[in-house]
Design a protein. Structure first.
Length: 114
């Protein structure tokens, strides 16, 4: 059974930082491209950052220079370090694993507000 469990969300003031983590089980983690997506109220789900199986990374333009994605194949985890957070970063953040098939976590809420 595949499980992706996100953690690390919460409430933070503008300009603050949060680190999201996703622990994967039930998959051969090193083979999967891992991504973080987000969905704000009333909007569609969008890709935030991606790290491929060969450790290449890709970011949405809106988070470049502020967010960093990383993976640890020994621990089957993927993390998203989010710095200089803005109110428009407020959303539910989802972990995604993709290799032929795709899997989603349950999501974690990130709220950026003063």
């Amino acid at each position: 059974q595949v499980q992706l469990v996100e953690s690390g969300g919460g409430l933070v003031q503008p300009g603050g930082s949060l680190r999201l983590s996703c622990a994967a089980s039930g998959i051969i983690f090193r083979l999967f491209n891992m991504g973080w997506y987000r969905q704000a109220p009333g909007k569609g789900r969008e890709l935030v950052a991606l790290v491929t199986s060969d450790n290449s990374t890709n970011y949405a333009d809106s988070v470049k220079g502020r967010f960093t994605i990383s993976r640890d194949n020994a621990k089957n985890t993927v993390s998203l370090q989010m710095n200089s957070l803005k109110p428009e970063d407020t959303a539910v953040y989802y972990c995604n694993a993709r290799w032929f098939m795709g899997y989603w976590g349950q999501g974690t809420q990130v709220t950026v507000s003063s």
